[in-house]
Design a binder for this molecule. Structure first.
Ligand SMILES: [Zn+2]
Length: 71
């Protein structure tokens, strides 16, 4: 009867993995060339729909909860 303990271990592993992914879920920023203004490049978050203007690269975290200043 090794099947039952193995099944339990698998279930726990999947639960831990899913929980970790949930915590580390990040926004995925996509560069938008249409909305860019000069050196400022517009980035759209395809996860939550947030917008950000950056000249150095995409934001490293989600800006949906932050009231970011609009340009
Ligand atoms: Zn986001």
């Amino acid at each position: 009867m090794l099947l039952l303990p193995a099944l339990i271990i698998v279930v726990i592993a999947v639960a831990v993995y899913a929980h970790r992914n949930k915590d580390r879920r990040r926004c995925r920023w996509r560069q938008s060339k249409v909305g860019s203004k000069g050196a400022l490049i517009k980035y759209n978050c395809i996860t939550c729909g947030a917008e950000a203007f950056r000249s150095t690269g995409p934001p490293d975290r989600c800006l949906a909860a932050i009231d970011a200043p609009r340009l």
